[in-house]
Ligand binder design. Structure first.
Ligand code: SF4
Ligand code: SF4
Length: 177
């Protein structure tokens, strides 16, 4: 997927949200060498950073990043690449472009926001309905439910209100930019 429009806005947005961290990159490639997704696809965090710095159109599948933070842990400059990728993921979502990664994230977070903890069955149903994969992997899910490893009904955390408040505050901070 290519982001062509408002390249400068996007670049400025990333610079602002990450306090210009990406300019510390000296292009050593340690992040890509450790990235598990780079091992199995052409997704490459070093190249991604370079393209952002140079203002080149992005055509990477950002959703491939699994936010494992290996790149961040290994980067000699401690650059928070997953945070930069998060800004891009949010950008995709704001433009209404949804991919399986963003659908999964939203489904996960919406159950945490509602219940103060993860509700696996609810999350999976939301994800499956939105991604159109309703029956895929059903053979793995059903035994987990039948063996009681996943509850059919949600269990609200006693701190559900506090969790909701955290989500509200994060949205508020995000809107402020
Ligand atoms: S956080 Fe994303 S970019 Fe960084 S190592 Fe993990 S998958 Fe790769
Ligand atoms: S490891 Fe850090 S400095 Fe090296 S290319 Fe990746 S982001 Fe840049």
């Amino acid at each position: 997927m290519e982001i062509k429009e408002n390249k400068n806005n996007l670049r400025n947005n990333i610079i602002k949200k990450t306090k210009g961290e990406l300019f510390k990159c000296f292009n050593c490639g340690t992040c890509s060498a450790g990235c598990p997704v780079s091992q199995i696809s052409n997704f490459n965090p070093r190249k991604l950073l370079r393209k952002i710095i140079l203002g080149i159109n992005l055509d990477e599948d950002i959703s491939a990043c699994v936010s494992c933070y290996t790149c961040n842990a290994r980067c000699p400059n401690g650059i928070n690449i997953p945070k930069i990728i998060d800004v891009l993921k949010i950008k995709y979502n704001l433009e209404g472009v949804e991919n399986r990664g963003s659908i999964f994230n939203k489904s996960f977070l919406s159950t945490v926001e509602k219940n103060g903890r993860l509700y696996e069955v609810g999350m999976l149903l939301k994800y499956k309905m939105k991604s159109g994969n309703l029956l895929q992997d059903v053979e793995f899910g059903l035994p987990l439910i039948l063996k009681g490893r996943m509850g059919i009904f949600p269990h609200k955390s006693k701190n559900a209100k506090a969790a909701k408040e955290i989500f509200r505050k994060v949205r508020e901070i995000d809107e402020r930019g």
